[in-house]
Write a new protein. Structure first.
Length: 231
């Protein structure tokens, strides 16, 4: 897990760094500290962060402007704002901030944020055991659909295809908290990877047409609308 702390106050950066270093399992955490938004953005273009603690009130480029640029570059990075004014929290909805921490920060609030992000990151990864007995980590968001094929399933992702000896029911259960829907007895689709709908068919973003069971058409449309509104 990679974390960044961006704040113009060196005392706060040092304090946050100490709290993060004391987090259980911190050996798996890499921390970078930045005194300005411009420094962070420069590094961010070539470095992927999972969680960023970001001060709102900084001289020059303020935290909200930095957050908007971060969102333009990466929709998934988790942002936690640090602020002295709780009323600033309303503005965080614009950039989908995970939380707001009111200064002075404390160890529990920092640890709670890390624990929450770790939990969310686990939900986003699917462990696949390939035919070669290789363990492969697949981002759930990259899966377009999963197709049942006799005693195996074919998992079609943005990067390619994977085959695993498993039943489709298993993945329907595992992915029940994600935006997946079983539109046919042989297909489990990612609702956020749907490009369009035709009669008895759903078109995925890779242009593949997936059959839709007659009794699932109405429910599929409702689930698609719900998933889009939620996003």
């Amino acid at each position: 897990m990679r974390i960044a702390v961006c704040d113009d106050d060196p005392i706060l950066r040092r304090q946050a760094g100490e709290y993060i270093a004391n987090y259980p399992g911190s050996l798996d955490i890499r921390l970078d500290e930045f005194s300005s938004g411009k420094q962070l953005l420069k590094k961010f273009k070539n470095t992927k962060y999972d969680l960023i603690f970001l001060d709102i009130e900084m001289p020059g480029m303020d935290g909200m402007a930095v957050a908007k640029e971060l969102r333009r570059l990466d929709e998934k990075v988790f942002l936690v704002f640090l602020t002295s004014h709780q009323e600033m929290a309303v503005a965080g909805y614009e950039v989908a901030a995970l939380r707001f921490l009111v200064k002075p920060i404390n160890r529990k609030s920092i640890h709670d944020c890390i624990r929450l992000v770790q939990s969310k990151l686990k939900e986003q990864i699917l462990l696949i055991h390939s035919k070669e007995q290789e363990e492969i980590l697949v981002p759930v968001a990259s899966i377009l659909f999963i197709e049942a094929q006799n005693q195996e399933v074919e998992i079609v992702t943005e990067q390619g295809k994977l085959t695993e000896r498993q039943k489709l029911n298993f993945y329907e259960t595992v992915l029940k908290t994600a935006e997946f829907y079983r539109c046919h007895r042989s297909y489990l689709i990612n609702l956020l990877q749907v490009k369009g709908l035709q009669k008895k068919t759903v078109i995925m973003k890779n242009q593949v047409s997936i059959p839709v069971s007659r009794n699932k058409e109405k429910a599929l449309r409702q689930e698609l609308l719900r998933a889009i509104q939620k996003k």
